[in-house]
Design a protein. Sequence first.
Length: 106
Amino acid sequence: MTTLHIEVVYPLRDEQHVVHLEMPEGATVKEAVERSGLLARHPEIDLGGANKTGIWNKLAKLDAVLRDRDRVEIYRPLLADPKEVRRQRAAEGKAMKKGGGDLAAE
């Protein structure tokens, strides 16, 4: 049986936790995360809900089968919806442009 070399990563705001593992062929994302010990060290991780997982920057389901040298990533939930943030910035920009009328009159 082939041994896979896997890296499991959980980034925090100020640091990144990286765990190197050897897993048997046929191992899944969920098995790698569980074996990494990161769930015990970071009880805020919720694989069934808020936290998504990926392999090399692409979303992956927990039952995805790993290949040698894969990097499993545990993503933190977003603090704000990016679409909503863009809408707010656009609205603020339009409001600022409307206020510049006095300069144009001079």
